[in-house]
Design a protein around this ligand. Structure first.
Ligand code: NAP
Length: 93
């Protein structure tokens, strides 16, 4: 989940978690994400949220490491510029 600390991303994380989906929340600032209460353990019917360092401008290897073994990527960053950067990265995957 890219953009997990954002207005949209936080809501998406919460909805996924409530559906029992374990989320890897990609964040630039782990301390900020912790202060937002983003990281939570899974429950009997809810998914967990694990924080992973993620910056879309980082080298591709870092991005691949942040994605890990995820089944899907949800990307809700802000700008066209970032989207273009992401597309450029993904073209090399
Ligand atoms: N808010 C809405 O009502 C709404 C509605 C429909 C669609 N959208 C769309 O959803 C998208 C996100 O909007 P938003 O309002 O949620 O924005 P936002 O609150 O500003 O969140 C942006 C997110 O992107 C992250 N981010 C920025 N630069 C990054 C980078 N280089 N690497 C990794 N993460 C980075 C931010 O992380 P940090 O916390 O580290 O800054 C934050 O998590 C936009 O495309 C917007 O058009 C928003």
């Amino acid at each position: 989940m890219a953009g997990a600390t954002g207005q949209t991303g936080r809501r998406v994380v919460e909805q996924l978690r409530r559906k029992g989906i374990n989320v890897r929340a990609g964040v630039r600032d782990v301390k900020k994400a912790q202060s937002l209460g983003l990281a939570v353990p899974g429950g009997s019917s809810t998914g967990s949220v694990t924080l992973v360092e993620f910056d879309v401008t980082a080298p591709l290897d870092n991005i691949v490491a942040a994605i890990g073994n995820a089944d899907a990527v949800v990307y809700v960053l802000l700008s066209y510029h970032h989207t273009r950067t992401w597309e450029a990265h993904m073209a090399g995957v």
